[in-house]
Design a binder for this molecule. Structure first.
Ligand code: V4E
Length: 209
């Protein structure tokens, strides 16, 4: 299983110049559409579980340790992409009478009452920095929000602290301030489009303002 260790940073008009001056090299540009799913009662996201379909690929993210227990600027989430594994994990929370589902198709979605609650498109520019294994992404979401991310993917059981240290080192190289905590795309999307659910997620400390 993969663990995503990530730190977001503010993206401004100077960010591209700052990356260039730090020696970061553009390695790719892509565009993708994300759809996030939950029950109408938000059973998943109220447990900090984020079920996403990006183009045709499914992914479920959930925290390695409850994020409400950490005050860190970085986050650690497990990521599962295998559809049968996602279905099993979702079953921990949402009752499903059928077993052995191998495909997260429309009939599964409607049986477990999952509906799309957020949908947006992102243009992502990815960079690397020499000698660092940290991926740097600059995201422009179509609802008018830009954010940067420093990200390392490790295998479950590998040293999370070493990954956090690498991310901090990269942040220092880029001149990012140590205590800067920045909202993700979903925070901003929910605040604008589903303010009641956003307020609920803040109140249970799943999201931070
Ligand atoms: C994990 C999570 C959410 C799902 C979206 O995750 P994120 O990594 O922000 O999206 P994206 O598009 O960068 O995915 P990638 O391409 O890296 O797979 S929505 C909210 N969370 C939790 C969360 C949190 N509690 N705090 C912060 C700063 N970010 C995310």
């Amino acid at each position: 299983m993969t663990v995503e260790v990530e730190r977001k940073f503010m993206c401004s008009a100077n960010t591209l110049k700052m990356l260039e001056e730090s020696g970061a090299v553009l390695v790719g540009k892509q565009q993708f559409r994300d759809q996030y799913f939950d029950t109408p009662q938000f059973d998943l996201t109220l447990r900090d579980m984020w079920l996403r379909k990006r183009e045709e690929c499914w992914e479920l993210k959930y925290p390695l340790v409850p994020q409400s227990e950490t005050a860190a600027v970085s986050t650690c989430y497990k990521e599962i992409t295998s559809q049968p594994e996602i279905q099993l994990k979702v079953k921990d929370v949402i009752r499903d009478t059928e077993t052995g589902v191998t495909c997260l198709d429309d009939s599964w979605l409607s049986r477990v009452n999952l509906v799309c609650f957020a949908e947006f498109t992102t243009v992502r520019q990815s960079f690397t920095l020499e000698e660092e294994e940290v991926k740097i992404d600059l995201d422009q979401a179509d609802f008018g929000y830009n954010v940067g991310e420093l990200e390392m993917l490790i295998t479950e059981g590998e040293d999370v602290h070493a990954a956090l240290e690498r991310i901090d080192r990269t942040a220092r190289k880029l001149g990012l301030t140590a205590d800067q905590r920045v909202e993700g795309k979903m925070n901003v999307y929910l605040k604008r489009n589903l303010p009641e659910h956003y307020a609920k997620l803040l109140s249970v400390h799943i999201l931070r303002a």
